[in-house]
Design a protein around this ligand. Structure first.
Ligand code: UAG
Ligand code: ATP
Length: 494
């Protein structure tokens, strides 16, 4: 594609070279620049992409997009723009010929529940014989192909490439998780969302957003991008506020919930230890729903999926059978098979709200003690302290004993995180044991378990690594549990 054509609608200043150069690819990483690429220099959180312009030119870049004044001796084309992240998204959408205008794009946002809602939705759309793509934390699915994602919502260039591959695979609907980071950092800018879904908003990711208000505004962006339907959980206080805010937009608002009045709502809810059933009430009639994952969480997540499928004219029958066909979601209330008389559950709960709701479900059915293994990844400062305090409080209130350990401490001191959590557990009169090494913590939990106890290992879910410092260490909880139980004779703690 000719550069002049690619940047036709862009506001820019040409600082060197010509616009009449042929561009065959886009790159935002100098290491991925190929011959005749355009390199977009992004000012990052850890390094400045402008520092790699020489490398990009050496690797074959024929044009560079910058947002800073740079001093490089070259006859390569350089154009300066206001915001390179936004321009990267715009160029990427254009380069791949606006793929999102060619299928139904459904975006799911919220602090918790995005992955679960997308999986439930995919099952429904598959049942309705639609060709459905999926993008999220657990990777991308295009037809039978699975691709790993670095981020829940990939960078705009990678995202538009995935969309383009979906078009090539005749995708009719793409269901994707839209993280608040991706909304703040313009990864999803210039994507045409048909449907926006809001699950809930509780404290998380405050290292980026700084305040709940900023976090809310980031999430709210999606509901101004979507053109057909905004689907919002009105039992959530921020959801209620969002619904009021977008009610008069041209995009049709559909609300869902259990407690507050909503277009799609659940009644006759019955909880059991491995599933939840209820009646879903829709403007087109009622259906009985069975979700094979327990707890109120999955009433909400399935209601979001039902509302979306309903808006996209999928029959109530396909909705019903689609949801019941989901036998479980990796790392979401996942029971690890053992031959023991206690139960081990792995779950991705990593916020106060998620942990509280998940443990409420466990408590409903626990015949023995609840042994909770958990840690917190939280930014330094007040927001991080609040998260540690909040999760400590939930642990004290719901668990019979909490084994406090590490959960991706990253660059922070794991001991000081644990000390903060423990302080909260003590104040809230909880029982605890602090073990920094997560593997040892799991072993300890198994060692003290007795008949009918439930060991609830929260925080990592599907993840198979632990990030300590900058190192990502393999860490597979399911394997650790199985291995420990197989050797349990050696580790029983009296
Ligand atoms: C904090 C954050 O969001 N960081 C994201 C951001 O990285 P960054 O801009 O800081 O990158 P950087 O390393 O400083 O580099 C700056 C620029 O220089 C370039 N570079 C760098 C080195 C080099 O040799 N040459 C070169 O050109 C880089 O490619 C980049 O363009 O842009 C990158 C490209 O899109 C992302 O992969 C990266 O996500 C990191 C891995 C991350 O951990 N992000 C998390 C916080 C995140 O985004 N999470 C959300 C949701 C999580 C949830 O829902 O719970 C997500 O959507 O994944
Ligand atoms: N609707 C919900 N309300 C509260 N907590 C939830 C809800 N849905 C899921 N959770 C909790 O959050 C955990 C993660 O769920 P899920 O992966 O669906 O969310 P997510 O939004 O995709 O998370 P992330 O963005 O961190 O990947 C679950 O294991 C569960 O403990």
């Amino acid at each position: 594609m000719l550069l002049s054509k690619l940047i036709n609608n862009l506001e820019y200043t040409l600082t060197s070279g010509s616009l009449e150069v042929e561009i065959s690819s886009i790159a935002y990483d100098s290491r991925r620049v190929a011959e005749n690429s355009i390199f977009v220099a992004v000012t990052g959180f850890s390094v400045d992409g402008h520092k790699f312009i020489d490398m990009a030119i050496k690797n074959g870049a024929k044009a560079i997009v910058v947002e800073k004044d740079i001093c490089v001796e070259t006859d390569v084309t350089i154009i300066k723009v206001k915001d390179t992240r936004n321009v990267l998204a715009k160029l990427s959408a254009l380069f791949f010929d606006n793929p999102t205008s060619k299928f139904n794009l459904i975006g799911v946002t919220g602090t918790n529940g995005k992955t679960s809602v997308t999986y439930l939705l995919k099952a429904i759309y598959d049942r309705a014989n639609r060709t459905t793509g999926l993008i999220g934390t657990n990777g991308t699915i295009i037809k039978n192909q699975s691709i790993k994602n670095k981020n829940t919502t990939p960078e705009s260039l990678d995202l538009q490439q995935l969309f383009s591959n979906m078009v090539a695979a005749n995708t009719s609907d793409c269901i994707m998780e839209v993280s608040s980071h991706s909304l703040s950092l313009d990864r999803v800018a210039y994507s045409n969302f048909n449907v926006g879904i809001f699950t809930n908003l509780t404290p998380d990711h405050l290292e980026l957003h700084k305040s709940m208000e900023e976090y809310f505004r980031a999430k709210a962006k999606l509901f101004y991008l979507s053109t057909d339907f905004n689907i919002i959980n009105v039992d959530d206080p921020y959801g209620k506020r969002l619904a009021d805010e977008v009610r008069n937009l041209n995009t049709k608002l559909i609300t869902y919930g259990i407690n507050n009045e909503a277009d799609i709502y659940a009644s006759n809810i019955e909880y059991s230890s491995d599933s939840v059933t209820y009646i879903a009430n829709t403007p087109k009639g009622q259906i009985s729903i069975k979700v094979n994952i327990p707890g109120v969480i999955y009433v909400y997540n399935s209601l979001a999926a039902i509302a979306c499928a309903y808006c996209n004219n999928i029959s109530l029958k396909d909705i019903q059978t689609g949801i019941s066909s989901v036998k479980g979601i990796k790392g979401r209330f996942e029971i690890v098979p053992t031959n023991k008389d206690f139960t081990v559950i792995i779950d991705f709960a990593h916020t106060e709200d998620g942990l509280q709701k998940a443990l409420t479900t466990v408590k409903q059915f626990a015949k023995g003690r609840i042994i909770l293994v958990f840690g917190v990844y939280a930014a330094p400062g007040e927001e991080g302290s609040d998260k540690r305090w909040g999760m400590g409080k939930v642990a004290a209130e719901y668990a019979d004993i909490a084994i406090v350990t590490s959960d991706n401490p990253k660059e922070q001191d794991p001991v000081s995180i644990i000390e903060d959590i423990v302080e909260s557990i003590k104040v809230h009169n909880g029982e605890f044991k602090a073990i920094v090494d997560r593997k040892e913590a799991i072993k300890y939990a198994i060692g003290i378990s007795q008949k009918d106890d439930i060991i609830f290992i929260a925080g990592k879910g599907h993840e198979t690594t632990q990030i300590i410092g900058t190192e990502e260490i393999p860490f597979n909880e399911k394997e650790i549990v199985t291995e420990t139980i197989n050797n349990s004779g050696e580790i029983k703690i009296s």
